[in-house]
Design a protein around this ligand. Structure first.
Ligand code: NAD
Length: 241
């Protein structure tokens, strides 16, 4: 199988840089280009050319997949671009408003689209466990705490919102969500279910961005040859949706 030629959108960012580095060290991938905007682009690493958003259009016929960790608004535009050439796209950005989310997912009718607020297998399992816990303990009081680095733009995190959705999908009450931003913390989420005289805590801590970067690259490979549709981590890991 020839290497998958990927373009990383947001290539100069915290996640984009790591995805480029891991992909370059992995024979299954070839980083065809990176795309970035803003000042960070000047410091982008690596041998692959760094394109602007408007230059990407011309490069699309030679691209096997887009891996996007740019911004909520830009993700919708990259998905539109991918849909025009039926190119698979992996979207890792968070912070979309409902209209952006709807617009993004609509492109799944035209091209394979993988969307995940968190590419960690551990966190994906925690989402499932949270739904089970809420189903078993529907009257307990749920509360979520999420902690991230000071540079994170959205709050609550996309993962905390997915965690709240899992609790409600299990029949629990809508949890309160507390967000903290400090230092270089990669990402921590805890769900607390408080009952009479006891409490249950389910928690996940990411030790490094590599867990997300590796997950996004695996998602790109997993999309190869799939029909148009919207996919997520549950499908990749074979967990019930
Ligand atoms: P970051 O700010 O370090 O990087 C974002 C990069 O995107 C920057 O270099 C910026 O210049 C660039 N960018 C902005 N607009 C762009 C555009 N129109 N085209 C191309 N590039 C553009 O942020 P980060 O920490 O790397 O996170 C990026 C996104 O990924 C955020 O939404 C974050 O919440 C999300 N994230 C998701 C996961 C996950 O597992 N799904 C994990 C970590 C972060």
């Amino acid at each position: 199988m020839p290497p998958m030629r990927i373009v990383v959108c947001g290539a100069a960012g915290r996640m984009g840089r790591r995805i480029c580095e891991l992909a370059r060290a992995d024979r299954r991938f070839a980083v065809a280009a990176g795309v970035d905007s803003g000042d960070a682009a000047r410091a982008a690493p690596g041998a692959a050319p760094l394109l602007t958003e408007s230059q990407l259009d011309k490069a699309m016929p030679d691209v096997d997949a887009l891996v996007d960790f740019s911004s909520a608004a830009a993700s919708v535009r990259y998905a539109a671009l991918a849909a025009r050439t039926r190119t698979p796209i992996v979207v890792g950005t968070t912070g979309r408003d409902p209209a952006q989310e709807k617009a993004l997912r609509a492109f799944g009718r035209e091209t394979p689209l993988f969307v995940a607020a968190n590419f960690s297998p551990g966190m994906t399992l925690l989402l499932h466990l949270s739904r089970l816990a809420a189903k078993a303990l529907p009257l307990w009081d749920p509360a979520i705490l999420e902690v991230h680095h000071a540079g994170k733009k959205d709050a609550p995190s996309g993962t905390a919102l997915r965690l709240a959705e899992s609790v409600e999908a299990g029949g629990g009450r809508a949890p309160s969500i507390a967000s903290q931003r400090a230092g270089d913390i990669v990402g921590e989420h805890a769900l607390l279910l408080a009952g009479p005289d006891e409490r249950l805590e389910l928690a996940h801590r990411a030790h490094s961005r590599d867990v997300f970067a590796r997950g996004a690259l695996e998602a790109a490979l997993w999309l190869r040859g799939r029909p148009a549709g919207v996919y997520g981590m549950s499908e990749l890991l074979g967990l019930p949706g």
